[in-house]
Design a protein around this ligand. Structure first.
Ligand code: C2E
Ligand code: MG
Ligand code: MG
Length: 681
């Protein structure tokens, strides 16, 4: 209760109760006053009437008031008057306030005189004073008395009525009336009134209290909600990053006091992006909510769950004694999240990877602990989907290495230190040059040549793929624009370049700036690109195709090789991965597969390129199979733009590379050297 009512509320309640009590006391006091006044008024009126009656019915009243002798007849009359209902005493005073007659002394005249004398002697002076005042002001004074002497009623009125005749005050008549019955009936009436007023007051107070309480309750709910929002992620109901950080602080404190161990598990959904991109954000939100629900069900009481952003969750596992405790939870979570999620009739599989670090084992500070759990997650993800990894010290070095490489790549991009090489593409006969594939090269000032297979994925992860991709497209188009008309250029596109949605514009601008006709540009995409994010990619590819740009599927045969992709999107070219080309010689089955791929592609009107042609035998086999286009070290290595075969009219195509090209990449692709020599021989 005290939690519900704040100190301020309590003060408000006390004030209201005090005000209510004060109002009640004031009402009771006012009623008492009114009641008194009412009684006095009634008493005054009846006293005046009685006095008038006395004045009218006693013939020698003037004489009596003047203190003269009272006749027996008057005495009898007065005795009878004493019988008036409720009247229990009357006294007559002369204008000076001297007592001249009292109803207590209406005995025989002589006795009466003596008794009167005694009464005069004992009469309280204030009575005389009241009588004198009434005479002086020719008015009526009324006093109410409660609990008088033994022979007096419990409540009675004492009225002093000036007896005036012809404008002259003859004296004052004191009329004492028993008011017990009247007071009782007035009191009863007022009590009823008080009851009604009290009731109304209570009802009003009750209504007021009800509304006040309701307002307070709503206010408390709003405060509660604000507090909740400040600490939780609204979508999933898990803690937010700040609260999670606080929880770690608390866990550290607990560890210091009682040695209770704990671990932080960082968790990332494996295919969330695909779900989000292909099914929309509301489906993504739904998945996140269901993930949180499952996680809440999986962790123990005392563990904390947080959503750190996007599809990233974290668990603070408390009561950890050994690494196996963490492994067990991680495995449970991975199993739980690998079950499919039901999304309005559709079932999707998302899966998760987890990295964990233990406090006091891997780190003794919060930031470090989180960082190490994150590194472990990174490792888990790089090992594949649905993996769990503990932090180990080598991860730091790897990350450091990655960071340095990223920084250097950024510098290389900004400093225009990247180069674009071109590898020739020949007709299936291996004789006529049809174009080049543009391949990016980075010669690091300290490390030397960094292979694209290393820095392209890094650029994809760090967002540098956008500037890199833009640069490659512009350079490739600009170079190709200077080549003879019949030569085209192929540019590799990575999945990340499709995500921003501005790819079409970038391609259009590169074509526009270079003046290269769209039909001379080809783009190469890999199957993995189609597997994620299919709709968006297909729509972008259709737009490119509509512009006239040729589309090729690269590295065919390395991924799932789903023929569905060939059917869903009309590729212009299919590039058979070099693993096939190079294994044809060792395994006749491979040769058979290559032939089938070529014939299948042809039946779909798709041209076929064979990558990695290194030997004359491979070239011959491919030619027999009807391959449309050949690419490989046998025919030409990737080389800088100033040493490309079409510039060198002296040297015939078909494996006779420019000598400049050989020099351009010292040691790099020297694997081809013996082959070239073999071919030359
Ligand atoms: P890719 O698109 O399949 O390119 C062909 C790769 O095979 C090139 O490797 C090329 O040098 C190599 N190659 C060509 N002929 C032979 C041969 O006869 N034998 C052998 N062993 N290899 C041969 P590179 O240049 O190292 O590129 C590797 C991958 O990096 C490329 O594979 C491509 O996926 C990616 N890449 C290269 N440049 C870019 C680029 O500008 N943008 C993007 N997004 N990716 C690029
Ligand atoms: Mg390629
Ligand atoms: Mg390839």
């Amino acid at each position: 209760m005290m939690q519900f009512f704040s100190r301020r509320d309590m003060r408000e309640i006390v004030l209201w109760v005090a005000a209510l009590l004060a109002a009640l006391v004031a009402i009771v006091a006012a009623m008492r006053h009114i009641q008194q006044h009412h009684l006095e008024q009634m008493a005054g009126e009846s006293a005046v009437q009685w006095t008038r009656f006395v004045a009218g019915s006693v013939p020698d009243i003037e004489l009596v008031m003047a203190g003269g002798a009272v006749t027996d007849q008057t005495l009898d009359h007065l005795k009878r008057l004493r019988q008036t209902e409720n009247l229990f005493r009357f006294r007559f005073y002369d204008p000076d306030g001297d007592l001249v007659l009292s109803s207590d002394d209406l005995g025989p005249v002589a006795d009466g005189e003596a008794a009167l004398a005694r009464e005069r002697a004992t009469l309280q002076p204030e009575r005389r004073e009241d009588a004198r005042q009434a005479a002086r002001e020719a008015t009526t004074l009324v006093r109410l008395h409660e609990g008088g002497a033994a022979h007096e009623p419990a409540i009675y009125s004492e009225a002093y009525v000036a007896l005036v005749r012809d404008g002259r005050v003859l004296g004052v008549v004191q009329v004492d009336v028993d008011q017990v019955a009247a007071a009782n009936s007035v009191r009863a009436a007022f009590a009823r009134l008080a009851l009604v007023v009290g009731l109304v007051l209570h009802v009003l107070a009750g209504i007021g209290a009800f509304y006040w309480f309701r307002r307070l309750r709503n206010q408390r709910r709003a405060e509660e909600r604000v507090r909740y929002l400040a600490h939780h992620d609204v979508l999933s109901g898990a803690l937010n990053r700040a609260s999670f950080s606080d929880e770690i602080d608390t866990a550290i404190l607990r560890h210091t006091r009682s040695g209770t161990g704990f671990a932080v598990l960082c968790l990332d959904l494996d295919r969330f992006k695909e779900v989000n991109d292909s099914l929309g954000h509301s489906a993504g939100d739904d998945v996140l909510r269901q993930v949180a629900q499952r996680l809440f069900q999986t962790v123990r009481q005392g563990d904390q769950l947080a959503r750190l952003g996007g599809d990233e969750f974290a668990i603070l596992q408390s009561g950890v004694r050994q690494p196996e405790d963490v492994t067990r939870l991680a495995k449970r979570v991975i199993a739980k999240l690998s079950e499919p999620f039901e999304l309005s009739g559709q079932s999707v599989v998302c899966g998760a990877s987890i990295g964990a670090a233990m406090f006091s084992v891997d780190a003794v500070e919060k930031e470090d602990l989180l960082h190490k759990a994150d590194l472990a997650l990174y490792r888990a993800k790089s090992e594949g989907r649905g993996e769990f990894s503990f932090y180990d010290a080598s991860m730091d070095a790897q990350l450091q290495e990655r960071r340095t490489l990223t920084r250097d790549l950024r510098e290389a991009l900004e400093g225009d230190q990247l180069e674009l090489y071109f590898q020739p593409l020949y007709e299936g006969d291996g004789e006529s040059l049809v174009g080049y594939e543009a391949l990016v090269r980075w010669r690091h000032r300290l490390r030397g040549f960094v292979p694209p297979s290393e820095f392209v994925p890094l650029a994809e992860d760090t967002g540098l793929i956008d500037p890199l991709g833009r640069w490659v497209l512009r350079r490739a188009c600009a170079e190709a624009a200077r080549w003879p008309e019949h030569l085209s250029v192929a540019v590799n596109l990575s999945a990340a370049q499709f995500r921003n949605g501005d790819l079409i514009e970038i391609v259009a601008r590169a074509l526009d700036e270079s003046g290269l006709p769209a039909r001379r540009l080809g783009v190469e995409i890999t199957e993995s690109l189609l597997m994620s994010n299919t709709e968006q990619v297909i729509s972008a590819l259709r737009k490119l195709s509509a512009m006239g740009v040729r589309i090729a599927m690269d590295d065919f045969g390395t991924g799932y090789s789903s023929l569905a992709y060939l059917w869903r999107f009309p590729f212009d070219k299919l590039k058979i991965d070099r693993a096939f080309t190079q294994n044809m010689e060792n395994d006749p089955k491979v040769s058979l597969i290559v032939r089938s791929i070529i014939s299948l592609a042809h039946s779909l009107q798709i041209r076929v390129n064979a990558e990695g042609v290194e030997t004359k035998h491979q070239l011959e086999t491919l030619r027999r199979h009807g391959c449309d286009e050949l690419q490989g070290y046998l025919l030409g290595k990737p080389a800088p733009s100033d040493v490309l075969p079409h510039l060198d009219d002296d040297i015939a195509p078909g494996g006779m590379m420019s000598s400049h090209a050989q020099l351009a990449l010292p040691g790099l692709e020297s694997k081809a050297e013996p082959v070239r020599q073999a071919v030359a021989a």
